[in-house]
Design a protein around this ligand. Structure first.
Ligand code: NAD
Length: 490
């Protein structure tokens, strides 16, 4: 067992400390890379969820009245605490979540940077003044919602638990976070690290599965719900929110396109396909460009480069510093991805790389799959339409631009898109027609603090990583004041 991982005696984190509600259940946590048990933790039952919400509710008045700059300063201390514990958190997460140490360490720093960003934005929580008649004043103020539920997926646990708490906290809400059941340990350690920084009840972290998430989203004292997760869970959250007309923020799945025109450099496109697919995260990234549409004039050339480039990406044990690609999150996800690979073969896609467990004996007990690429994919195939959330890239050949646009936009998702061309006209034309919330031109994968991230269509509701996220955690109150506008005679 990992010495640093939280032990079950520590319990569920709410009201500023570890609690042991009667209905919490001990659950074992396993490393997806080795299959070994690494910790026992407590999962929240309904009582624990309710108690965490009650703690957040009790803390709301004090936190929402805390002076803005003081809230910002406390958030900056959290960011620094994360940096101070980066190595420790990264090791916990690499072992628990299966992603490479050097990448998850970077996630800790990304979380700290985002927290600093929102801490610095607190004075932007502004209203407007609305001109009207003499003797009256109209203005708006932005107020926090109350208790916010933040539900987190498995692919970036520490990044999301930490950074996605920042905007609601900066805006004066209190927060209950539910980390992913597959990789909860870094979030629990995060709770300990920040326990002394925030007043009790302001940030609560409740481990558990979908049932705990559902309890949280249907709780009457939750004022706003935010989910980063899959489309089916997004629908479940929206249904729960509909019962009480709650505000919802959703960051859901993607089946994103990379589009290469005939003037693009085939070597650069191949590198972008490997990078954009996030093979290093075993493809478990919502923004992955998992459908690559390559113009027929450069198609074979790109495939030749691609085979060479992808051969450099080999899975390894995530806790080793040199590892560049980790494992999938668990056996269930491994089986799911292997099943998609099997379906793709049956449906006639041409396998040009991977498609199997790596041969390395060190990896035999883990949920590893080699970077997998299918060429000659067409839209009738299952892998062309469904989000796999694993290391499987589908490559399509195209020749007609109008048909390309129809094909790119034919899926229910609309998160990201990466366009490769040196022609300004083509780039702008494509930007204006692709149905995606985040578009790169001659770039891929990167996020930029302050640049809104979020999806079109069924990829989500709302935008994050920007001022839009901060303002989303406020509601607007309009005020009308009538006053005597004539100066009384002396
Ligand atoms: P998931 O939907 O299975 O689980 C996400 C979270 O929701 C977990 O904490 C889970 O316990 C909880 N949950 C499950 N059922 C619930 C319910 N009925 N009510 C409330 N909460 C519930 O997703 P996952 O498998 O952990 O993550 C992968 C998915 O997340 C992919 O679809 C991926 O694209 C998406 N994702 C999106 C973004 C983005 O920014 N758009 C980022 C990362 C991941």
């Amino acid at each position: 067992m990992n010495d640093m991982a939280p032990s079950p005696s520590k319990g569920i984190f709410y009201n500023g400390t570890w609690q042991r509600p009667k209905d919490a259940q001990t659950v074992s946590v396993f490393s997806p890379a080795t299959g070994e048990k690494i910790a026992d933790i407590l999962h929240a039952g309904p009582q624990a969820v309710d108690a965490a919400v009650a703690a957040a509710k009790a803390a709301f008045r004090g936190w929402s009245r805390t002076p803005l700059l003081e809230r910002g300063q406390l958030l900056k201390r959290i960011a620094q605490a994360l940096r101070d514990h980066a190595d420790e958190l990264a090791l916990i997460e690499a072992e628990d979540g299966g992603n490479p140490l050097r990448l998850v360490r970077q996630d800790v720093f990304s979380a700290a940077a985002q927290i600093d960003y929102f801490a610095g934005l607190v004075t932007e929580i502004k209203g407007h003044s609305i001109p009207r008649d003499p003797g009256s004043l109209n203005y708006t103020i932005r107020e926090p919602w109350g208790v916010v539920a933040r539900i987190i997926p498995f692919n970036h646990p520490i990044l999301f638990c930490a950074s996605k708490s920042a905007a609601p906290l900066a805006a004066g809400n209190t927060v209950v976070v539910k980390p992913p059941e597959q990789a909860p340990l870094s979030a629990l350690r995060f709770a300990e690290i920040v326990a002394d920084i925030l007043p009790p009840g302001v940030l609560n972290i409740v481990a558990g599965g979908g049932e705990a998430g559902a309890r949280l989203t249907s709780h009457p004292d939750i004022a706003k719900i935010a989910l980063t997760g899959s489309l089916p869970t997004g629908r479940a959250v929206l249904r729960a929110a509909a019962e009480r007309i709650r505000s919802v923020q959703l960051e859901l799945g993607g089946k994103n396109a990379l589009i290469a025109f005939d003037d693009a450099d085939p070597a650069a496109v191949a590198s972008a396909m490997v990078g954009g697919m996030n093979f290093t995260w075993a493809g478990q990234s919502c923004g992955s460009t998992s459908r690559a549409f390559i113009h027929e004039a450069i198609y074979e050339d790109v495939l030749a480069h691609l085979k060479r480039r992808v051969a450099d990406v080999r899975p390894g044990l995530p806790t080793r510093p040199e590892t560049m690609m980790g494992s999938l999150i668990d056996r269930r996800q491994y089986d799911r991805v292997m099943n998609y690979i099997e379906i793709a073969r049956r449906e006639g896609a041409r396998l040009i790389a991977g498609g199997k467990h790596p041969d390395d004996p060190l990896l035999k007990d883990g949920c590893f799959i080699e970077p997998t690429i299918f060429a000659d994919v067409d839209l009738s195939m299952t892998i062309a339409r469904e989000e796999i959330f694993g290391p499987v890239l589908s490559v399509f050949r195209w020749s007609d631009e109008q048909q390309l646009v129809r094909d790119v936009n034919s899926v229910e998702y609309g998160l990201t898109c990466s366009i490769w061309t040196n022609d300004l006209h083509r780039a702008h034309r494509m930007i204006s027609v692709v149905e995606a919330g985040f578009v790169w031109v001659n770039e891929t994968t990167k996020h930029f603090i302050g640049a809104p991230f979020g999806g079109y269509k069924q990829s989500g509701l709302g935008r994050e990583e920007s001022i839009e996220e901060l303002l989303d955690y406020t509601q607007i109150k309009h005020v009308h004041i009538k006053y005597h506008s004539e100066t009384p005679a002396a």
